[in-house]
Design a protein around this ligand. Structure first.
Ligand code: WT7
Length: 676
């Protein structure tokens, strides 16, 4: 028997390979990676000697797998009594009941006991070279002060605090302060408009909002407090707004506003953690669906934290002492799970990135990798596509030798972008992991790693399910497709601890959206292809949700806003393939009879409305004014036809016989050619 590297075998031998310490053991006459060294919990799993076997075990013995992991990875105040009580067909999802814990204790106190001076956060501020480091003991102190402050202002266990801040230590401490006192948080991406923010504050019934005076991004000042002022005018529930000072510029303060730093400095640095049930709410996070109203997905304490921590550890091959660089905004689930909860639960040093990929120049990411010595870099394909256009020099200028894993998230990564990421950024030596997941799944579900240590990675494919995840593909009749080399609707066949539990205030919508389309399965809304080898590739949404620069938005949400304009009779919005953004927004607009202007003014007015009501990223790239929309005789807009026109696939228009008025299509084609 030969050991990789040619050494002679003893019983267990440890070798150095590519700077990673690996142990090998003989299994059935072959050298195998020692799974117990890979995952200590696995030592107790009968007959599990390879990572592939561990994956199988995690799915077929899901309870025993998750129980062992939960006992060892989380610190419990009281151990759980039931591992799971789930029925996907009923929309009932409960994990680790009977257990009591506090998430902030898991993310902070236990690391403060072992390594208080370890850096928890590196705040990579907009201006390169001005980063701020916060140790675990400092972050605990900030969190405790904020927890005490929130309690003093009447925030109680079960309340929901809205946070409207860019990535910064005070934002993270605010999230953890909520967790400390048992309040839920509702982080709203600081790019959302006042109206979008107000809608989310009202739905969450927050009495408290935490924000900053101004944001700083790409060298520009963003007046966030002003946006909050406008939002709060229409939110009767709001009693107080805490304003942190990101810049020295004063902002107008109303009687409801309090300076955050001043208030927190009045507080003690010790704050008794609330004793939380596993299934108490940890946070709401609003995301878009196929209807107009955004939904507040609910994640709970133990299961979410465990799943974020485990995926962070194993997908990225995170080890103690690594610097983890997720450049997502904390306003999205990626920021929640991989800038905050996953890394902090594992005691990592995590980066909070305030800037943009091209400020002050397109070398920014790699300059940060060099300066902060980042070991895992996690970003979005839209940024990679943008950067590759600027050329390789911007990457090659900087030392990237600390990098061990490159991750991609949020949207499909095309082969060109994947190859560039791997070849230029990763010098062909680093695994690139495309990670598929959603706000709903809480953490990564399909991704090439972990796997057997050197298993192949296919460009642009998410490939393999994570521990405990059992993906299935469904055909249009709702039957499970069992063969390979086939495509279908992507569902997950059994519950996992990280999944969302419900939609805030609307459990019925949760059941209808995720549980009823394929009873007994969790329906993701995505389509996927399973290759001959059994690897998964995500093919895109099956509903009217689109993905603009990695930001998720419902076309119905944009239509609702466009239709609000007084000149508009009706509209249809679709996504189309965009070089950099992944998808762009294309709006077909029918004006009211009495309106005869089709001027640029009107386009601008529509754009301003979308930006004011939702966010800038949701603005249409093209607005085509049409006399009528293609509709079926029953009045349904045929979006398929509109998509084909925009894709210039006129042969693929398909069956038009159900169209109410076939002439509509000719007009639309003509108008499209004139516009683009
Ligand atoms: C939707 C979820 C993943 C967390 C951030 C976005 C699309 C996500 C991939 C990927 C292809 C992807 C899906 C999914 N998506 N990751 N690796 N390959 N598509 O979370 O805002 O909830 O969006 O993003 O369509 O359903 P989200």
């Amino acid at each position: 028997m030969r050991l990789p590297g040619g050494c002679s075998p003893k019983c267990v031998i440890t070798i150095f390979s590519r700077r990673v310490l690996r142990s090998y053991v003989p299994v059935q006459g072959r050298w195998r990676c020692n799974v117990a060294a890979f995952m200590p919990e696995a030592a107790g799993f009968d007959g599990v000697s390879t990572r592939t076997a561990l994956q199988d075990y995690s799915v077929s013995n899901s309870e025993s797998f998750w129980a062992a992991v939960a006992r060892q990875r989380l610190s419990w105040i009281k151990p759980f009594t039931t591992v799971q009580d789930c029925d996907l067909s009923q929309g009932r999802i409960k994990w680790f009941e009977g257990g009591k814990l506090n998430v902030s204790v898991n993310c902070l106190d236990r690391h403060v006991h072992t390594c208080p001076e370890r850096v928890a956060l590196i705040w990579e501020r907009d201006e390169p070279g001005s980063e701020v480091k916060i140790t675990y003991s400092h972050l605990l102190e900030m969190t405790c002060r904020l927890g005490n402050m929130l309690r003093r202002y009447g925030v109680q266990k079960g309340d929901c605090v809205t946070i409207y801040m860019p990535p910064c230590p005070l934002a993270v401490a605010s999230m953890l302060a909520c967790a400390r006192i048992g309040a839920a948080h509702n982080v709203v991406f600081a790019g959302f408009s006042a109206e979008a923010l107000a809608e989310r504050i009202r739905d969450a019934k927050s009495s408290t909002v935490i924000t900053v005076n101004q944001g700083v991004r790409g060298g520009k000042i963003i007046k966030l407090k002003k946006t909050v002022d406008k939002a709060v005018e229409n939110c009767p529930s709001v009693q107080q707004v805490f304003v942190a000072a990101r810049t020295d510029n004063p902002v107008t303060m109303t009687p409801k506003d309090f300076a955050l730093e001043e208030e927190m400095m009045k507080e003690d640095v010790v704050c008794e953690p609330a004793v939380m049930d596993s299934e108490d709410v940890l946070f709401l996070l609003y995301t878009s669906g196929s209807t107009g109203k955004p939904k507040g997905l609910v994640h709970t304490q133990a299961g979410y934290l465990l799943y974020a921590a485990l995926t962070h550890r194993y997908v990225f091959n995170y080890h103690d002492g690594d610097v983890f660089g997720c450049v997502a905004d904390i306003g999205w689930i990626t920021g929640h799970s991989y800038s905050v909860y996953g890394p902090l639960a594992n005691g990592a040093t995590t980066v909070l990135f305030e800037s943009t990929p091209i400020y002050p120049n397109p070398g920014r990411y790699w300059e940060v990798v060099q300066r902060l010595k980042i070991n895992q870099f996690y970003g979005a394909p839209t940024a990679i596509r943008l950067l590759l256009k600027y050329g390789d020099e911007w990457v090659q200028k900087y030392d990237r030798s600390t990098l061990k894993t490159l991750g991609s998230v949020g949207e499909p990564i095309n082969t060109e972008a994947w190859e560039w990421y791997h070849r230029v950024v990763g010098d062909r030596r680093i695994p690139v992991v495309d990670t598929w997941w959603q706000t709903e799944t809480g953490g990564i579900c399909i991704t090439p790693r972990p796997s057997e240590p050197d298993a192949e990675i296919v460009p642009g494919m998410a490939m393999r399910p994570f521990f405990g995840i059992k993906p299935v593909l469904m055909d249009s009749e709702g039957k499970v497709l069992t063969s390979n080399n086939t495509s279908g609707a992507l569902c997950i066949a059994q519950p996992w601890p990280g999944m969302a539990r419900t939609i805030h205030n609307n459990h019925q919508r949760f059941i209808e959206t995720y549980c009823q389309p394929h009873p007994g399965y969790f329906f993701t809304g995505d389509g996927a292809y399973r290759s001959k080898e059994g690897y998964y590739q995500i093919t895109g949404r099956l509903d009217d949700v689109i993905n603009v620069s990695g930001h998720r938005i419902g076309t119905a949400e944009i239509e609702d806003v466009v239709n609000l304009c007084s000149a508009v009779a009706e509209s249809a919005v679709i996504g189309y393939a965009h070089d950099i953004k992944g998808e762009g927004v294309y709006a077909f607009v029918v004006l009211k009879k009495e309106v005869n202007t089709q001027s640029a003014d009107l386009s601008k007015q529509l754009n301003d409305t979308v930006s004011m009501k939702i966010a800038k990223y949701a603005c249409p790239d093209y607005i085509q004014f049409v006399k009528r929309l293609p509709k079926t005789r029953s009045g349904k807009i045929m979006r398929r036809v509109l998509r084909k026109v925009v894709e210039r696939d006129l042969n693929g228009l398909g069956d038009l016989s159900t169209l109410d008025d076939p002439a509509a299509v000719q007009e639309i084609i003509q108008g499209h050619l004139e516009l683009c």
